[in-house]
Design a protein. Structure first.
Length: 216
């Protein structure tokens, strides 16, 4: 059985029911909360396995509650270079998971959202299947080939996460590509569409961000 870890960041989660449903549907994933994100777990009736961060955004009553329920508290100093989400993700790396799903990583402060998206590159470098997921979309980074399982009409946007990405080929999309190059500053990969239940993406070099917006 694959080892799956859910990292809960302290960004925006507009529908907590979605998060609760994802946790229940995953069986028994390891739950790692970045600091104040742990407060969302109460409404799900979930005890996080780990709470990681400098504990500046979680109220002490909630922290004490989860600690008495068995959550392990991994505390870092407030003066640090890493974000709490990065620390939670790095802690997850040490557990050698097969899959990581990151929730609450978008919305709110744009600097934190961009930082969280950039962490997907670190996951690729570790060879870990990782995605940022919310109710409306999923994001992941690739450095070779992937198949997107979706629905006809899903919007898929592609953005380079390195100075350039070369040899991009798209199949199963309204706007196909063959051996294309994407560079930072020329975002022509926005708002492509799946033409069926699957789309294939391959590339020769670089890191490519894939954003799939779920069709309504």
């Amino acid at each position: 059985m694959k080892k799956k870890i859910f990292v809960i960041s302290d960004g925006v989660i507009n529908d907590t029911r979605f998060l609760c449903g994802e946790i229940r549907g995953a069986g028994k994933p390891v739950i790692i909360c970045a600091d104040g994100a742990a407060q969302r777990m109460k409404s799900c009736g979930v005890i996080p396995d780990y709470i990681v961060g400098d504990m500046d955004s979680i109220d002490m009553e909630t922290l004490a509650y989860f600690e008495t329920k068995g959550s392990r508290i991994i505390r870092y100093p407030e003066d640090k270079d890493e974000t709490d989400t990065q620390l939670a993700l790095e802690y997850a790396f040490g557990m050698h998971p097969d899959e990581i799903r990151i929730f609450g990583a978008l919305g709110g402060r744009i600097d934190h959202a961009l930082a969280n998206i950039s962490l997907l590159v670190a996951c690729v470098k570790k060879g870990i299947d990782a995605k940022i997921v919310d109710k409306d979309c999923e994001l992941f980074v690739i450095d070779r080939a992937c198949t997107i399982d979706g629905r006809d009409g899903d919007t898929v946007s592609l953005l380079p996460m390195s100075s350039d990405v070369r040899g991009i080929t798209l199949e199963g999309f309204r706007y196909p590509l063959s051996g294309a190059v994407m560079e930072i500053g020329a975002p022509y990969g926005i708002s492509n569409l799946l033409t069926g239940a699957q789309g294939n993406i391959s590339l020769e070099s670089g890191y490519l961000l894939v954003i799939r917006q779920f069709a309504v």
